[in-house]
Design a protein around this ligand. Structure first.
Ligand code: GLV
Ligand code: GLV
Length: 325
C-alpha cells in the first residue's frame, strides 16, 4: 500500500498536481487556504502518517510528532523559515526535513526593496494625504523622507536573501554595504562588496537596516532597545524575516520617540497582528501581512518544491532542498 501523507493546507495547484500524478502517495488535504487547519483536526489527521507537508502556521512540536507516531519519516515545509519546527525533536526521531529556500529569494528581495522605499519615502502617508484633503499645496519639507543615494545599508544576517536585496539596492547608488553575522561570510559578502562589522557598528552606521536572519534561540529579540538606542534617528528599520527577532515594545518606543525614523515590517508577533496593536497607530510604521514571497510564480515554485521534497524523502532519496539537522 502507498505511503500516507497529510497536507495541512490547500497549497498552490502545482504541488498538488505533482502529488496526485506521482501515483506514489495517498494524501489527504486540509482543503482550505483561508483558514488554517485547527490543531485538534491536525492531531487527528497525523495519526499514523508516513509523511507530512505543512506550512508555517503549523507548529510541529513534540506533541504532534508523538501523536503522529513512528511511521512519520518525512516532513516537508512549504517555507524557507523553520522556526515552527522543533528541529531537535525531529532529529531525535530520525525524521528528515525538506524546505523551500532559493525559489523565493527573488520575490522576497523585491518585496523588501518595495517595503524599504515605501517606508523611507513615506508612501502610505502620502497617498492618505492626497486622498483625504491634506494636499494643501506643494510644500518644501512636506512628506520628506530619506533617500538611498549615498547611504549605508546594513544587513543583519547575510545569506541568500540579504545578497539579493543588496544586489537590487546597489543601483540606487548606495554608498556602502555593511553586514553582521555570527561569523564573517566572505564568499557572499564579496558578491555585494559588503564589509563585516560588529553588531554595534551595524546599529551605529546603518541608514537602512534590513533584518535577513533566521529566527533561532540566538536571534530571538536581538532587535531590542540596545540596538534601537544605538541607531541614527534618521535610520529606517526593515524586517522581512520573522517577527520574533524584534522586541516589538522596544520598537514601538523607538518609533514613537523618534529614536529611529521609520520601520517597515512584513512579519510580526503574533500573526495576524491584532488591529488594535499600538504599532498600527504610528505613521512611521508600515506593516504588511507576511507577503514577501507572495508572487504567483514563487508560491507555485514553493509548492512544487515542497511536493518534490516530500516524494523524494518518502522514496529514501536525497531531497532537492533538505535541512541538515
Ligand atoms: C516565509 O516566511 C517563509 O518562511 O517561506
Ligand atoms: C518637483 O516637482 C520640482 O519641480 O522641484
Amino acid at each position: 500500500t502507498l505511503p500516507r501523507v497529510y497536507v495541512t493546507r490547500q497549497i498552490p495547484p502545482e504541488g498538488l498536481r505533482i502529488l496526485r500524478e506521482s501515483g506514489q502517495v495517498q494524501f489527504e488535504l486540509w482543503d482550505s487556504d483561508d483558514v488554517p487547519v485547527p490543531r485538534e483536526e491536525l492531531l487527528k489527521k497525523v495519526k499514523g502518517v508516513d509523511g507530512l507537508l505543512c506550512v508555517l502556521t503549523e507548529k510541529i512540536d513534540t506533541e504532534l510528532l508523538e501523536t503522529a507516531g513512528p511511521n512519520l519519516k518525512v516532513l516537508s515545509t512549504m517555507s524557507v523559515g523553520f522556526d515552527h519546527l522543533s528541529l531537535e525533536e525531529l532529529k531525535t526521531r530520525g525524521i528528515r526535513v525538506g524546505y523551500t529556500p532559493d525559489v523565493l529569494t527573488d520575490s522576497v528581495a523585491e518585496l523588501t526593496v518595495a517595503l524599504l522605499l515605501t517606508t523611507s519615502r513615506r508612501l502610505i502617508e502620502a497617498t492618505h494625504e492626497a486622498k483625504t484633503g491634506g494636499w494643501g499645496t506643494w510644500r518644501t519639507l512636506w512628506l520628506c523622507g530619506h533617500e538611498l543615494a549615498n547611504s549605508t545599508v546594513g544587513i543583519l544576517g547575510l545569506g541568500r536573501i540579504g545578497v539579493a536585496i543588496a544586489e537590487r539596492l546597489a543601483p540606487f547608488k548606495v554608498k556602502k554595504f555593511i553586514y553582521t553575522d555570527v561569523v564573517p561570510r566572505p564568499e557572499l559578502a564579496s558578491l555585494i562588496n559588503a564589509e563585516y562589522v560588529s553588531f554595534e557598528e551595524l546599529a551605529e552606521q546603518s541608514d537602512f537596516l534590513s533584518v535577513c536572519c533566521a529566527l533561532t534561540p540566538e536571534t530571538k529579540e536581538i532587535c531590542n532597545k540596545n540596538l534601537f538606542s544605538k541607531m541614527k534617528n534618521t535610520a529606517i528599520f526593515i524586517n522581512t524575516s520573522r517577527g520574533g527577532v524584534v522586541n516589538q515594545e522596544d520598537l514601538y518606543e523607538a518609533l514613537s520617540t523618534g529614536q529611529i525614523a521609520g520601520a517597515g515590517l512584513d512579519v510580526t508577533v503574533p500573526e495576524p497582528l491584532p488591529t488594535t496593536h499600538p504599532l498600527f497607530t504610528l505613521k512611521n510604521c508600515v506593516i504588511l501581512p507576511h507577503i514577501a514571497s507572495a508572487s504567483y510564480s514563487t508560491r507555485n515554485a514553493m509548492s512544487s518544491l515542497a511536493a518534490n521534497n516530500l516524494l523524494r524523502g518518502l522514496r529514501g532519496e536525497p531531497m532537492i532542498k533538505e535541512l541538515k539537522l
